[in-house]
Unconditional design. Structure first.
Ligand SMILES: *Cc1c(COP(=O)(O)O)cnc(C)c1O
Length: 377
């Protein structure tokens, strides 16, 4: 028998979640965000599963784009940080990648570089505006000049204006950044009016229809495609009609009886307050399970909700079986998602560990066997 830990990836759930995004988006087209190895689900696997329905895929890894093209993905590919240096331009042209331009240097390379001298078909581009996130993007001072250069360049096929929201998943929402975006566009309305827009991430797509635009505009959902709520404090994934795509399933490897005062695991961080029965399950931070998940973090064991006790190790977690007398060695454990042991939203595990669902998904390590299923769970 092999180590009983696997990540079950449910492609029917992925397509279902895409259909939820599609329904919210109306006439707006969808970039399916597959950066970071498809949020840990496999970049090629996700793109192939959505190839029949996606309008395009958004990522930022150039080797990933090369691999998607080699796998036969024909959809438009949006490179969300553009090119990092001039010498990447020929690859953008050859693979027909749409760059998101966020800096004056990128605009200059695109319009001037001799490396694009034999570009035979102009490239569509995105121009990213900084509306308050203050990471990447043009401010008012550089926006007009960038737009002027791009509009005059025979290398540029069409320009879409983009921004990214900092608080779409928070009570603050998007109003402040929308106002800033409108002011930036309004400041050079002669050039910016009528350009298509690409604004919404998952949270904005679900919560702020005003960020969507209409036909010709685009949104960029990521996390919701993978079945997690972008704003779990406001809406659970189930409320939003989303189904988990990655399900981390395990089993109990050993059972142990504890007496009052017995400690569990590294640092003896958990001490039994009374007689207890615990199970040791496969799965630890060496698999991508968050090490900061404290005692009390929810876990499903044989259809019942239980909790972690003690620190997460590299390879194992310890779970409380005191109220589960029938759960022994081999009992199914769901660390997150849907599994033989029951249903546990990743958002709850992530919150207990002081993080967000995105992080454990991206953190799944290469040693975890992936089982791909097509049917809905
Ligand atoms: C990752 C990312 C997204 C997707 O965000 P979700 O919250 O996963 O929907 C959209 N736009 C940009 C620029 C991103 O970096």
């Amino acid at each position: 028998m092999t180590r009983p830990l696997r990540a079950r990836i449910d492609l029917a759930a992925l397509r279902h979640n895409h259909s939820v995004a599609r329904r919210h988006a109306g006439a707006t087209a969808l970039w399916c965000v597959v950066k970071a190895n498809g949020y840990g689900h496999g970049q090629v696997r996700v793109a192939e599963a959505l190839a029949g329905v996606a309008d395009g895929f958004a990522l930022l890894e150039l080797d990933g784009a090369e691999t998607l093209r080699a796998a036969g993905i024909r959809q438009p590919l949006l490179m969300m940080e553009g090119f990092y240096s001039e010498d990447e331009l020929p690859q953008f042209a050859r693979l027909r990648l749409i760059p998101v331009l966020h800096s004056p240097a990128q605009v200059r390379w695109l319009v001037d570089s001799p490396l694009l001298a034999d570009l035979n078909e102009p490239l569509p581009v995105y121009l990213k505006l900084n509306t308050g996130m203050n990471r990447l993007g043009f401010d008012a001072a550089d926006f007009r000049q960038a737009l002027t250069l791009l509009r005059a360049s025979p290398r540029v096929a069409g320009i879409t204006l983009m921004t990214h929201f900092a608080d779409a998943d928070e009570p603050a929402g998007i109003a402040r950044q929308m106002a800033r975006f409108d002011a930036l566009r309004g400041g050079i309305a002669d050039m910016a009016d009528g350009l298509p827009l690409c604004l919404a991430n998952s949270a904005a797509l679900l919560r702020f229809p005003e960020a969507l635009g209409g036909a010709g505009d685009w949104a960029r959902p990521g996390i919701m495609l993978y079945g997690c709520s972008p704003c779990p404090e406001l809406h659970s994934a189930a409320d939003l009609g989303l189904k988990p795509v990655m399900n981390l399933e395990s089993e109990v490897l050993a059972v142990r009886q504890l007496a009052t005062g017995d400690a569990v695991g590294y640092g003896s961080a958990f001490v039994a307050p009374g007689p207890m029965r615990i199970g040791i399950a496969a799965g630890g931070y060496g698999d991508g399970y968050p090490r900061h998940a404290p005692s009390g973090t929810p876990v499903m064991v044989a259809g019942r909700r239980s909790r972690l006790v003690g620190r997460v190790s590299m390879d194992k977690v310890c779970v409380d079986l005191t109220d589960l007398p029938d759960a022994g060695v081999g009992a199914p454990v769901t660390l997150w998602g849907d599994g033989a042991a029951g249903h546990l939203p990743l958002e709850e595990v992530a919150a207990a560990a002081g993080t967000i669902s995105y992080e454990p998904l991206c953190a799944l390590t290469a040693r975890v066997p992936v089982v791909v299923v097509e049917r809905a769970s």
